[in-house]
Design a protein around this ligand. Structure first.
Ligand code: UD1
Length: 428
């Protein structure tokens, strides 16, 4: 198993190019299942979760490959040759987001079998809302031998109000509704920027969608979507960008994130400013978005509470907690989206952090410095928080089990090395 070896204490300065969003790439790759023809996606990040999704699509009979090595961030998918509308357990168990094939398969082929995602390190994460929504659209859904087996002659438009705001649930139902008969209204829809990005791709395929990016999405189903030269560029990864903002805020330095959208990170940027970092943003003459972060001296600890977009993202909780660990003062960090999403706490404590957990709240008492140690990554964003902590800790930190990091960060250590971090991968 690969590890990261980090020697902390270096200021970061220079430019980092932010990759396309993992959480947009995964549903958009699955959306290609809705059409019998080629779809081209650009700005597809080089990640393990993307590789897994491409494998899921190929297992079903689709063509799903990266373009030539000169354009590695481009992916071509052609789902005209699907012969097995099934996502097997071997792949689903490694990536819960495989559930995103359910809506498109059922809508286009009238049947789908998707292995039921198992337990997950950051809570039970059920998919009942995906199922409930598809049932409201007329699907017959059973769980047989650990698989979700879904059937529908043709889905029918419905008014669906999910019990809670769910990101992949909204995406699954949105994709399914594009081919349903009549109108679907998704109430209580998630508003994360990856959803309007998916909707824009679907609209390019001929879908009729309004209200994406709000709590109510209205879809007029069409008989078929088309794909003569559907091409789409995936929105920038706001969580990757936010992670680098936290890293620079913590280490001190001056870094410009190229391709990153500040308007997708309002809540995180507000908190970093409150902590004392200086952040500005804009667009280059060529139309490229950028965010610049400058940080000097010790930051102030800042309390926050995770919630649905546009509030503070749960996917940034662990990384911001690492910043609080070395800030001045005490911060209360409340997690409201996932149970059991404080697994990084024990590892941060190994680096010397002072953190106490009380139910869904962690109380972080900032200390002047952390000290390097061997730590273990437990999930994707927890890994990122350990990397940030390692970058500021005195001495050497070794982060083990970084396959979690590789699931969702595109060449993170190379990007950090490019701005002056002392970090290397040890192949294991
Ligand atoms: C997505 C993101 C993930 C992010 C999360 C919350 C992707 C691929 N992943 O995950 O990075 O952390 O949003 O912003 O986009 N729930 C149910 N039943 C359901 C669905 C959800 O009870 O059918 C609950 C979950 O357990 C959780 C909450 O609703 O407590 C929100 O989960 P959800 O938005 O669905 O997360 P994901 O879409 O899995």
């Amino acid at each position: 198993m690969d590890k990261l070896n980090i020697r902390g204490g270096h200021r970061l300065s220079g430019d980092i190019i932010v990759s396309g969003a993992k959480n947009a790439a995964l549903p958009e790759l699955c959306a290609a299942l809705l059409v019998a023809g080629p779809v081209t996606l650009d700005n597809v990040p080089l990640l393990q979760d993307v590789a897994t999704t491409l494998k899921v699509l190929r297992t079903m009979g689709a063509t799903a490959e990266r373009s030539s090595s000169s354009q590695p961030d481009q992916v071509l998918i052609d789902a005209s040759t699907i012969n097995t509308p099934e996502a097997p357990y071997e792949l689903v168990k490694t990536m819960r987001a495989s559930i995103l094939v359910l809506g498109p398969l059922l809508a286009r082929f009238g049947q789908a079998t998707v292995s039921l995602p198992g337990g997950c390190a950051i809570g039970s994460r059920p998919v009942d809302q995906h199922i409930k929504g598809l049932q409201a659209m007329g699907a017959d859904i059973r769980v047989e031998h650990g698989n979700i087996v879904a059937r529908a002659a043709r889905l029918k438009g419905a008014r669906i109000t999910t019990d809670m705001v769910t990101v992949t649930g909204t995406e699954n139902l949105l994709m399914a509704a594009t081919l349903a008969e009549g109108e679907t209204i998704l109430e209580n829809a998630a508003q994360e920027p990856e959803i309007p990005d998916l909707a824009e791709l679907l609209i390019k395929m001929g879908a009729r969608i309004e209200g994406h990016g709000t709590h109510r999405i209205r879809i007029q189903g069409v008989e078929r979507l088309h794909s003569p030269s559907v091409a789409h560029r995936i929105v920038a990864d706001r969580i990757e960008a936010g992670t680098f903002l936290c890293a620079v805020a913590a280490t001190g330095g001056d870094v410009t994130l190229r391709g990153a959208r500040a308007d997708h990170l309002d809540a995180v940027i507000d908190k970093l400013r409150e902590a004392g970092a200086h952040i500005e943003s804009g667009q280059s003459a060529a139309g490229e978005d950028w965010i610049r972060v400058q940080s000097e001296g010790r930051l102030r600890a800042v309390s926050f509470r995770t919630s649905e977009y546009p509030a503070f993202p749960t996917d940034m909780q662990a990384q911001f907690m690492a910043v609080n660990c070395i800030a001045e003062g005490v911060a209360r960090v409340s997690e409201t989206i996932f149970e059991n999403r404080f697994m990084h706490v024990n590892e941060l404590v190994r680096l010397g952090a002072h953190i106490a957990v009380d139910g869904h709240t962690a109380i972080v008492e900032g200390i002047p410095r952390l000290s390097g140690a061997a730590v273990m990554a437990t999930d994707l964003r927890a890994s990122a928080s350990l990397v940030i902590a390692g970058l500021v800790a005195e001495g050497q930190t070794v982060v083990d089990r970084i396959y979690h990091l590789d699931r969702g960060y595109d060449r993170m250590e190379a990007k950090l090395r490019g701005v002056g971090a002392d970090i290397e991968r040890i192949k294991g």
